[in-house]
Design a protein around this ligand. Sequence first.
Ligand code: ZN
Length: 246
Amino acid sequence: MQILILSDLHANLYALDAVLADAEGQYEQIVCCGDLVGYNPHPIPVLEWALANCGRIIRGNHDKVVAGIDSLEWFNEVAKEAAMWTIRQLSADQLGHLGQLEKGPAKLEHFHVWHGSPRDEDEYVTTKSSAAPCFTFFELPLAFFGHTHLQGGFFSARGRIGIIPAVRKKEKEAVLELEPDVLYMVNPGSVGQPRDGDPRAAYAIYETEQKLVKLRRAEYPVQKTADDITRAGLPGVLAVRLFRGM
Ligand code: ZN
């Protein structure tokens, strides 16, 4: 079984389309680590696609805020403006679907999945010290998470925490062979708003029999998303950051 792992799609349809074209024929199931909406200008097609195609979707903090589950007050001004714009675009039904997304962590057949951390769906796990307590939660050797928009993650081998790097900028793929007695917490990276300095859309594929995680990057027409951000009247800084991948 090959499973496509997506996170932080953030209403960027051109990035999503590029990922699906890049991964075509290489997966049978799709799992999403959250944040379907927010920041970018295509919340409706991205939400509708995810609801129709993902086997499991764990909710993200932007999904919660747009659905009215969490308050807007914790967001910065730009995220808040984009969230309010998104709320105006979605129908009551679509907002209802967002609000019904599953809260993480979830234990699936082959791995765990959550948005931020297993203790707090809104926690940013960006360092070895913030990753360490997450490993006490593991019942399976693998978990996928999102929220930071940083591809890669962490492993725990006999009490030592190590870093899993993102795909190098000159390459399209990095293959991680899972070893016995090691725990892995993998971030596929963000489809719709990468923040690891690489503007290419990020995703992962997990091959369950060979126990391989393939981290991948796909180019997409950033300018088209930027033009739609301008047309929608969303803050211009949201377009600028897509070109920089920050
Ligand atoms: Zn996000």
